[in-house]
Design a protein around this ligand. Structure first.
Ligand code: DGL
Length: 274
């Protein structure tokens, strides 16, 4: 079987993964990119393990149909609920030479560098919080760190509906910030462990004490991916180098273009997936 060559693929339940792909593209602009947002079935954060796994596998298969050798699940919820099963059970059957990577492991590896008190706050979807992925992964790497989790069920809908800059959003941003910070006065680092949340960063910054660091995953994932590609030249050589970017959405492409314009100027190549 000949090795498939093609774009670096990104997948998220909606727009959030764009915050990751754009950090990666600014560090590694030479590759071709394809992005798939499952906007029609968003949010994933409140869905069961089985449903998130099934949706994620469908989307990964779609990206593989577009001849991507490497797919990044730019979604914490899907990374928590589907990644391991896809890597261990599905990939060997689909094509053992391709790879699927997530966003939780690189974040957990990096987070220890930021905390001095050893108390880390995690903002995430209900699904990611319930999966206990962050506390469990950190327990393996840095058992000295205590994790304080806070789910933020209203934040993804604010982003998907382009209401993240509105005044009304402040109520829900403040509510979850207060709830997290009231868990411990030792928290000195907060990670936005949902790829949608960086769009709310200006508001989150307003309600988190100024001496607490707020970390987004984009740069962490970008540097971790660069490092991965340096260590895996057999995969790096399969990524095509045209500097193109195309988008797929399960929702209306006009809606996608409207919301994605916060990230991109010019006309976007957006297709609808049925
Ligand atoms: N961006 C996804 C994440 O990182 C959002 C999940 C959702 O659709 O609720 O978890």
């Amino acid at each position: 079987m000949s090795l498939v060559c093609g774009p670096l693929a990104f997948f998220d339940s909606g727009y959030g993964g764009l915050t990751i792909m754009e950090s990666v593209r600014s560090l590694l602009p030479q590759y071709d990119y394809v992005y798939l947002g499952d906007n029609a079935r968003n949010p994933y954060g409140t869905r069961s393990f089985d449903v998130v796994y099934q949706y994620t596998l469908e989307c990964v298969n779609k990206l593989f149909d577009l001849s991507s050798p490497l797919a990044i699940i730019a979604c914490n919820t899907a990374s928590a609920k589907a990644l391991r099963t896809i890597q261990q059970n599905d990939l060997p059957r689909i094509d053992a030479t391709r790879r699927v990577l997530g966003v939780i492991r690189p974040s957990v590896e990096a987070i220890g560098e930021y905390t001095r008190t050893g108390h880390v706050g995690v903002f995430a979807t209900q699904g990611t919080v319930d999966s206990l992925s962050y506390p469990m992964e950190l327990q393996k790497l840095r058992p000295d760190i205590t994790v304080h989790q806070q789910s933020c069920p209203m934040w993804v809908p604010l982003v998907e509906n382009s209401e993240y800059n509105d005044e009304g959003a402040d109520y829900f941003v403040r509510k979850y910030c207060d709830a997290l910070m009231s868990q411990s006065d030792k928290i000195d680092v907060v990670i936005l462990a949902c790829t949608h949340y960086p769009l709310l960063l200006p508001k989150i910054r307003k309600y988190i004490p100024s001496d607490v660091k707020v970390i987004c995953q984009g740069d962490i994932v970008a540097h971790s991916l660069k490092d991965y590609l340096e260590r895996h030249p057999e995969m790096e050589s399969r990524l095509t180098r045209g500097g193109t970017v195309r988008f797929l959405t399960t929702e209306n492409p006009h809606k996608f273009k409207f919301t994605a314009k916060v990230f991109f100027s010019g006309d976007l190549d957006v297709q609808q997936l049925t």
